[in-house]
Ligand binder design. Structure first.
Ligand SMILES: NC(=O)c1ccc[n+]([C@@H]2O[C@H](COP(=O)([O-])OP(=O)(O)OC[C@H]3O[C@@H](n4cnc5c(N)ncnc54)[C@H](OP(=O)(O)O)[C@@H]3O)[C@@H](O)[C@H]2O)c1
Length: 247
């Protein structure tokens, strides 16, 4: 299924996985709205790279957790690029790392509301435009930690598991309207978010991965493009982890 001529909004696309997704979509002929929160220069650099390669893109600042800003961003994208047919919910919602018994409720609540609010309000802002186009496709970037948790990640695991649940619910509700909804669940992927992990731990993770390396942002982007092109797939979660865990 060709994606060319479509319009995509990628949240948190100034860096890491979101930036790779934006560039991969542009390479398929999709006009891309590159959402950022704090990294304006990085977002503009993504747009410049896309334009230099002959693609169409614009950078838009918005807090992906904020309903009003999401609604405004969706209208701005429609005005500049046309109705959105592809939504990639990628923005990274921060969280404290701590054991469950010491976990601050405020941090837990903020992570859940941020992650699920970004998906709820993002979809509510964009789905009307998809209906205008008579179809669309939504991809949520979840995490392998939703099903394969580790110490300190209780808020992240719960939030990403909730996101997967929302993906399945929306796939059922929106499918009859021509809108597919899927999740991509990366394993350890080398981005700014994982830059603090020591090299020896990254190597250990690679050694325990059947494909014997850590993931790159481009690996996730390739999976997103593949799912967007797979016209009869909805409600699915695609792990992108080199086989490090299987579900
Ligand atoms: N890296 C991994 O190992 C890994 C594994 C599993 C899942 N994931 C998921 O993949 C997604 C991307 O992660 P990443 O590793 O690419 O992170 P990253 O390199 O740290 O980039 C984070 C991106 O999210 C944006 N962002 C943060 N808060 C935002 C907000 N409130 N509104 C809009 N944008 C916001 C940042 O924008 P600014 O810089 O402009 O603020 C940046 O573009 C996240 O959902 C993460 O949970 C990552």
């Amino acid at each position: 299924m060709s994606l060319a001529g479509n319009v995509a909004l990628v949240t948190g696309a100034s860096r890491g996985i979101g930036a790779a997704v934006a560039e991969a979509l542009a390479a398929e002929g999709v006009a891309v709205a590159v959402n950022y929160f704090g990294s304006e220069d990085a977002a503009k650099a993504v747009v410049s790279r896309i334009q230099a390669a002959g693609g169409k893109a614009l950078a838009i600042k918005a807090d992906a957790r904020d309903r009003t800003q999401l609604e405004l961003m969706a209208s701005m994208v429609k005005a500049e690029l046309g109705p959105i047919g592809i939504l990639v919910l990628n923005a990274s919602i921060g969280f404290p790392m701590a054991s469950f018994l010491e976990y601050p409720w405020e941090g837990f609540e903020a992570k859940l509301m941020g992650e699920l609010g970004a998906a709820f309000h993002g979809c509510r802002a964009v789905v009307p435009q998809m209906l205008e186009r008579k179809g669309g496709s939504i991809i949520a970037i979840t995490s392998g930690l939703a099903r394969n948790p580790g110490w300190g990640f209780c808020a992240h695991s719960a939030a990403k598991a909730g996101l997967e649940g929302l993906v399945r619910a929306l796939a059922c509700e929106l499918g009859p309207m021509g809108i597919r909804v899927n999740a991509v669940a990366p394993g350890l992927t080398l981005t700014d978010a994982t830059a603090h992990i020591q090299d020896k731990h990254k190597k250990a993770a690679a050694d325990h991965t059947p494909l014997r390396r850590n993931g790159q942002a481009e690996d996730v982007a390739q999976a997103v493009v593949g799912l967007l092109q797979a016209g009869f797939v909805t409600g699915a979660t695609l792990p992108v982890n080199g086989g490090s865990y299987v579900f």
